[in-house]
Ligand binder design. Structure first.
Ligand SMILES: O=c1nc2n(C[C@H](O)[C@H](O)[C@H](O)CO)c3cc(O)ccc3cc-2c(=O)[nH]1
Ligand SMILES: C[C@H]1O[C@@H](n2cnc3c(N)ncnc32)[C@H](O)[C@@H]1O
Ligand code: SF4
Length: 375
């Protein structure tokens, strides 16, 4: 739809030019996804807040020795899951710090008390427990993963995710967002994305904008995602997320991207990515989120009636009713979806373990979720 050169040149497009591109993006969304926006009703489980990385924008991460640094116990996890079940949630989003046991003895000790040697081992156990003891479906957002980790997580989760963030290597330099972050080295992120493709894992990824990257680097990040999707067919959704500056972080004084920047980047993403890739932007990180609809998004991501957004805890989710009204005012409907997109249910032999495939087929039948509309 757009060449790299055209996409890079968009940085300088006038408002008038952008207007027509935004219409093209919305038309591309309508043609593929119809007039329905989706969301996933979920609970958010921050399995551990300890992390071996130190992203300049992150308030989720807590250093051992501070009160917030911990690993949730199985009982704590299951209490959240049961509350989600009571309120009709269908997804458990496990989001966690990356491999804290490789950096901190405190993390190794806490894991040992739970009977494990790595966070991934514990994560596999908890996903399995969620599947056995609840109706909810685990989705894993654990950062970079190796082949063995993906192979062990695939049978106990319906999908996995990891934000690419950006392919820019500049951001690893001292004073930049990803300084001292081994898991934010672009080639490591890309390898995880590729491994997920080879393992046939329905995958959520995306870019974080406003962290010091250039427009051309956003273009290259989206193109890298699209290339991997063309090889493996596994990228179910791409999130375009706006950086929010947080007090107490290295990037507290860094400017946040404007609404116009977000809208332009969403248009770029919709026009660069293959149309079957769902395009998601979070409604809780921008008060005027309804403007995203004109830029071609088709999904609002996970919304929880139970838990806060642990990554952006100061940003409350909109109530689902309010999201529905805002979506309807723009002429679109709102429908619930599962953590895994429908097209993967049509190719279960590659993308789902057999028990999960039959379980999902049952849920889709019984709940009449928005499964028909997309390819
Ligand atoms: O609906 C989803 N939302 C996902 N989200 C969005 C999340 O639910 C929230 O919308 C954002 O964290 C808002 O702060 C992610 C956000 C990330 O930054 C990284 C990974 C994910 C993964 C998912 C996901 O798989 N499904
Ligand atoms: C889980 C995801 O949350 C995103 N993330 C982490 N910190 C912030 C922030 N301050 N603002 C917006 N998004 C953030 C990153 O993209 C990470 O991959
Ligand atoms: S964003 Fe993820 S990888 Fe970075 S510090 Fe926070 S928890 Fe760790």
């Amino acid at each position: 739809m757009l060449t790299r050169q055209q996409a890079v040149a968009l940085e300088k497009a006038s408002n008038g030019e952008f207007e027509s591109l935004s219409q093209a993006a919305a038309a591309r969304r309508d043609a593929h996804w119809g007039h329905t926006l989706t969301y996933s009703r979920k609970v958010f489980v921050p399995l551990t807040t300890m992390c071996r990385d130190d992203c300049g924008y992150c308030t989720f991460v807590q250093k051992p020795g501070t009160p917030g640094a911990r690993i949730m116990t199985p009982d704590e996890v299951m209490a959240v899951v049961r509350e989600g079940e009571r309120l009709g949630c269908k997804e458990v989003l496990f989001s966690l710090g990356e491999k804290p046991e490789r950096r901190y003895p405190e993390a190794r000790e806490a894991l040992a008390r739970l009977g494990h040697r790595s966070m991934t081992d514990y994560l596999v156990e908890m996903c399995d427990r969620v599947l056995r003891e609840s109706e909810l479906l685990p989705h894993v957002n654990a950062g970079t993963l190796d082949d063995d980790e993906i192979a062990r997580l695939k049978p106990v989760s319906v999908s996995m995710g990891m934000m690419l963030e950006n392919v820019s290597r500049r951001l690893l330099q001292r004073g930049q967002a990803h300084f001292a972050c081994p898991d934010k080295v672009p080639v490591q992120r890309l390898r995880t994305l590729e491994r997920a493709g080879r393992h046939g894992v329905p995958f959520t990824t995306g870019i974080l904008i406003g962290i010091g990257e250039t427009w051309a680097e956003r273009v290259d990040s989206l193109l890298a995602i699209n290339d991997l999707h063309r090889r493996y067919g596994h990228v179910q959704e791409v999130i375009v997320q706006n950086f929010r500056a947080k007090p107490g972080t290295a990037m507290a004084g860094h400017p946040e991207p404007s609404l116009d920047d977000m809208v332009r980047t969403l248009v770029l993403a919709r026009l660069l990515l293959d149309p079957e890739i769902s395009l998601q932007a979070p409604p809780n990180l921008e008060a005027r989120f309804a403007a995203y609809l004109d830029a071609g998004i088709n999904d609002w991501g996970g919304i929880s009636p139970v838990t806060v957004d642990h990554i952006n805890p100061e940003r409350a989710w909109p109530q689902i009713d309010a999201l529905r009204r805002a979506t309807e005012r723009c002429g679109y409907g709102l429908a619930e979806r599962l953590a895994v997109y429908p097209r993967y249910l049509r190719r279960p032999e590659r993308f789902l373990s057999a028990p999960l495939a039959s379980r999902l087929a049952g849920i889709a039948r019984n709940d009449g979720l928005a499964l028909a509309q997309c390819v």
